[in-house]
Write a protein that binds this ligand. Structure first.
Ligand code: C2E
Ligand code: MG
Ligand code: MG
Ligand code: MG
Length: 279
């Protein structure tokens, strides 16, 4: 019978599903203690001006040093942190730590921090940002918050109100991973952004496929018309850098210049880079 069949099918998959669920529960459990055990660290990736070659900013990227599994990618643990709500605590820690760190640098560069859609929906987000800025003494105009289009699709009014509150504090807002997911050009019309980050998927084949440079050019033109800057993500080759520069893109981020590195190494990079630029 169908019922017996169903039961048989269920049994067939059971051990495998059980293993997946178990691994996931274990990771959830470990993530909970990671917050308490200070197992997170922040790495910084430079953002480089395409015109001058100077480092004009950086992005804070979260790293989790798991006690037995080593470094776990944020692509793996951020979704779990979002499902469990732990992202609010982790995100607040990341924001506070990155701002305090950046405030001590001897360089007038921006700091970009990723804000999860779950954090973005917290009505207290602007209050948190204000208190972190106050405590760290990082000037508000040096902080950029990176959000994705996912935060804009559900509740336009709440999203607009949060964006307005954040911009009233003087912080900048970047639209991350532009061109993926639910991209709509109308978001650029309705919401105030300071910067568009062009997703790595467009940058990756910019030197090989005809289509991508036309798309990047279109985004750069729209951004310029709306007084926004553009950052190309995932720049890995000098050819990509040259094309992006000729298209009028403002900034680049990618392994061509540097991956995300620990705070101490980033501080050294800033010092040696500004020395090179001055020479
Ligand atoms: P994202 O915000 O788009 O960050 C850029 C990602 O591209 C980073 O991956 C960075 O290491 C990677 N990347 C940079 N240059 C290159 C390149 O030239 N080639 C390639 N292949 N990749 C490059 P990462 O650090 O693994 O982070 C992945 C994602 O996890 C981030 O994407 C962001 O969405 C999320 N994430 C990271 N840190 C945080 C955080 O503190 N809070 C939240 N909510 N999300 C975070
Ligand atoms: Mg980002
Ligand atoms: Mg991105
Ligand atoms: Mg991305």
């Amino acid at each position: 019978s169908a019922k017996a069949e169903g039961r048989r099918t269920f049994r067939f998959f059971e051990p495998e599903m059980d293993a997946v669920a178990k691994a996931r529960r274990q990771l959830e459990f470990d993530l909970r203690s990671a917050v308490a055990d200070h197992a997170f660290e922040i790495h910084y990736q430079p953002l480089v001006d395409l015109g001058s070659g100077a480092i004009t900013g950086c992005e804070a990227l979260l790293r989790w040093r798991h006690p037995t599994r080593g470094m776990i990618s944020p692509a793996e643990f951020i979704p779990i942190a979002e499902d469990t709500g732990l992202i609010n605590e982790i995100g607040a820690w990341t924001l506070a730590t990155a701002c305090s760190e950046a405030a001590t640098w001897d360089a007038d560069i921006t700091l970009a921090v990723n804000i999860s859609p779950v954090q973005f929906r917290q009505p207290s987000l602007a209050l948190l940002v204000a208190s972190v800025l106050g405590a760290s003494r990082l000037p508000a105009n040096r902080l950029e918050l990176e959000i994705t289009e996912a935060v804009l699709i559900h509740d336009d009014d709440a999203a607009l109100s949060t964006l307005t509150q954040l911009r009233a504090l003087g912080v900048r807002i970047s639209l991350d991973d532009f061109g993926t997911g639910y991209s709509s050009l109308s978001y650029l019309q309705r919401f105030p952004f300071d910067k568009i980050k062009i997703d790595r998927s467009f940058v990756g084949d910019i030197g090989t496929a005809e289509g991508s440079s036309a798309i990047v050019q279109a985004v750069v033109n729209i951004a310029a018309a709306r007084r926004m800057t553009t950052t190309a993500e995932g720049v890995e080759t000098d050819q990509q850098r040259q094309i992006l520069s000729s298209l009028g893109c403002t900034q680049m981020q990618g392994w061509l210049f540097s991956p995300a590195i620990p705070a101490a190494a980033f501080r050294k990079l800033l010092a040696s880079h500004s020395a090179t630029c001055a020479a």
